[in-house]
Design a protein around this ligand. Structure first.
Ligand SMILES: [Zn+2]
Length: 409
């Protein structure tokens, strides 16, 4: 039986009843202990078996949310914005009185957008090697967002299959309008254009230097390029990969490079890139140097699904949901150790329930209804990661409310 077939409604219900960390999710969204509008006016959308989709649900507390999740037993649920009125009252309030107000700033990075360059897997597959594309993206975005926008409350969450989400909970990020989100994402977007377009990087005017925000990422990306693109993925040894690279260089340099690679029998990406280094000396020009930088960006810069980030009312799968195909839980990921993260080692719902059964066979007189059963499973470090993140948000909110500044001198 496939994993997907083994994830029955009974399995999901047991997961929601005993393992899903509702309290932590509540605190993360609410940013305080007592329910505020950040939670009570928040939209939840449920996907039920048979593709039934229920939007505009809202709840007064973590317990109420848990009760309804256990009641509906969705295959997954999504989190939307904080509205000006309670989403469940949408039908009874004037349309003008119902609009999205606040929302975490979210980003979505998915392996799909790397299909044209990764060589180890295709389509739905992902392995530790292609995860390197995602971990490189996490490093660049995490650093870029902290440095350029000053946001500090960033939560990275594995999507359960082959991507990662970022949720930013800083008050200033929550308050961004759709226009501002669009501008911010435009600023972060370097890679665009569909499959038919060779050149996907368009961030400079003519051959002028890169904007400083990118220039500072280039060193990190250069390392990723060398290790991942030239080394592990060997992107330019296939005929197709090689032609894609040549198409990105000025014509004279491309022709000289192709010729010299044939003459010297340079076949691997590393050998061919070494030949390009020679060409850069013999055919030195600002246009060629700009093209090389753009190539590094094109192959390594995070590829964002911009639509997800632009609108406050976009719904995004809640952390700790279960991916229906893989059974893996959408766990938080620490950007500091994202290189060691292995998507294939993320606990599945079946594994967690097994662990729980081992434990409950040792205890008696418990119907399994209490809240912290996750503590007895390998879900524990992930919930603790979220709780630690929440604590920092709550501290900031408390300080802000008291109007206490950090000046201690
Ligand atoms: Zn792979």
């Amino acid at each position: 039986m496939s994993v997907a077939e083994r994830i029955t409604p009974e399995v999901m219900l047991a997961f929601y009843r005993r393992l899903y960390p509702f309290k932590s999710i509540f605190s993360w969204l609410n940013q305080e202990h007592t329910p505020t509008r950040l939670f009570t006016h928040r939209e939840f959308a449920f996907t039920l078996a048979g593709d039934v989709y229920l939007r505009y649900n809202s709840f007064n507390s973590a317990d109420e949310l848990k009760k309804q999740v256990c009641n509906l037993n969705p295959t997954r649920f999504e989190i939307g914005p904080v509205y000006s009125a309670r989403p469940k009252d949408k039908k009874v309030v004037r349309p003008a009185a119902f609009s999205p107000k606040l929302r975490e700033l979210v980003f979505d990075i998915d392996m799909t957008d790397y299909d044209s360059i990764r060589t180890c897997c295709s389509e739905a597959d992902i392995c530790k090697r292609c995860w390197t594309f995602i971990s490189a993206a996490v490093h660049v975005l995490d650093k870029g967002i902290r440095e350029q926008f000053g946001y500090v409350h960033l939560l990275w969450v594995y999507s359960g299959r082959r991507g990662i989400h970022l949720w930013i909970s800083d008050r200033e990020a929550m308050e961004l309008t759709d226009e501002q989100r669009k501008a911010l994402v435009g600023w972060m977007t370097v890679i665009q254009g569909g499959k038919e377009m060779h050149k996907k990087v368009n961030v400079r005017q003519g051959n002028r230097p890169l904007p400083p925000s990118l220039g500072s990422s280039l060193k990190l990306l250069g390392q990723v390029f060398s290790d991942l693109i030239l080394g592990d993925q060997d992107c330019f040894s296939s005929k197709e990969g090689w032609e894609s690279l040549l198409a990105l260089l000025p014509q004279a340099a491309a022709e000289a490079l192709d010729k010299l690679c044939i003459e010297t029998r340079a076949e691997t990406s590393e050998e061919r890139w070494e030949v390009l280094r020679k060409i850069r000396r013999t055919h030195a020009s600002p246009a060629l140097e700009a093209a090389v930088e753009d190539i590094i960006l094109q192959y390594t810069y995070p590829r964002l699904d911009a639509e997800v980030s632009k609108h406050r009312n976009h719904l995004l799968k809640a952390p700790f949901c279960v991916h229906p195909k893989t059974g893996r839980v959408c766990v938080p990921v620490d950007p500091a150790t994202v290189d060691q993260f292995d998507p294939e080692k993320v606990p599945t719902v079946l594994q967690l329930l097994d662990e729980l059964n081992d434990v409950s066979s040792m205890v008696t007189g418990d119907n399994g209804a209490h809240h912290s059963d996750w503590e007895q499973t390998s879900l524990k470090p992930y919930v603790e990661m979220l709780d630690k993140h929440v604590l920092a948000i709550m501290n900031d909110v408390r300080k802000m409310k008291r109007g206490v500044s950090d000046y201690s001198w």
